[in-house]
Design a protein around this ligand. Structure first.
Ligand code: BGC
Length: 254
């Protein structure tokens, strides 16, 4: 597909799948279906970048590409790799993806939760656009995006805040719920504890929760006791890809 104005392309790299789609940047929606390939194991930078190339070739897309990583992305280098191969740490992301996707292509890489938070501000719940908002994704890990009046403070990594001697994401990610076969009620208690700690440290006006589990918000959000309001994100599994496409289009990547 030839790059046209208001169309973008995003790729979301996760621990289990790598997904891409053409994005209508005015509506924050996919144009056609997304395409997904299982994350290669081990998920080294070169094997993952080869998959991003297959995805771009599948759509025959020749424009700018935004890419998310489940990692700190600072100065277009990856740091901290909790749920992907440790060899990502220190990787020069521009060099890597230019080598695989073409040296003349515009590429931006950013943290997955930061991308999803940006998409939520632009196309999701209106409350995400004002005040001090903590956006979280509860999935394999816990991802976070700090938003002040809709502007992003990147790489906050709240999933790795230590609470009672444990990483927050080892207490309350949705992967923990699955692994321990916790009921929604029991798991909500854990989420409550983690959110309380975040609230104590950062005093947000609102938490917005994304990730697949936000689809079942009615089953667990009523069990939360914290005073800060908590709402489910509006964008669901499109958020990372839409945010990635926006980031390269608007030069928002850190
Ligand atoms: C990673 C974050 C990521 C989150 C969600 C965490 O383990 O450190 O960078 O945003 O998982 O994928």
């Amino acid at each position: 597909m030839t790059h046209r104005e208001h169309l973008g392309f995003g790729i979301d790299i996760g621990g289990s799948g790598i997904k891409g789609a053409v994005v209508d940047l005015d509506r924050g929606e996919f144009v056609g279906d997304r395409f997904k390939i299982a994350t290669p194991q081990p998920s080294t930078p070169d094997s993952v970048a080869q998959v991003t190339r297959q995805i771009v070739e599948h759509f025959d897309f020749d424009g700018p590409v935004g890419i998310t990583l489940p990692s700190i992305v600072h100065g277009q280098r990856a740091h901290l790799a909790a749920n992907i191969d440790a060899s990502w740490v220190g990787t020069d992301l521009q060099e890597l993806f230019h080598r695989h996707l073409g040296k003349d292509r515009e590429i931006s890489v950013l943290n997955d939760a930061d991308a999803a938070g940006l998409a939520e501000v632009a196309f999701g719940v209106p409350e995400a656009r004002t005040g001090a908002v903590i956006f979280l994704t509860l999935g394999t890990g816990i991802g976070s995006a700090f938003l002040t009046e809709g502007k992003l403070f990147p790489n906050t990594e709240l999933g790795h805040l230590i609470i009672d001697g444990k990483h927050a994401e080892h207490i309350a990610s949705s992967a923990v719920k699955d692994r321990k076969e916790l009921s929604f009620k029991k798991w909500a208690k854990r989420v409550d504890k983690v959110l309380s700690e975040y609230a104590r440290l950062f005093s947000p006006d609102l938490f917005v929760i994304g990730g697949g589990i936000s689809r079942k918000a009615d089953k667990w959000m009523p069990h939360l006791t914290i005073e800060v309001p908590v709402v489910p994100a509006k964008l669901r599994n499109t958020a990372g890809i839409v945010g990635a496409a926006m980031a390269v289009d608007k030069h928002l990547a850190p």
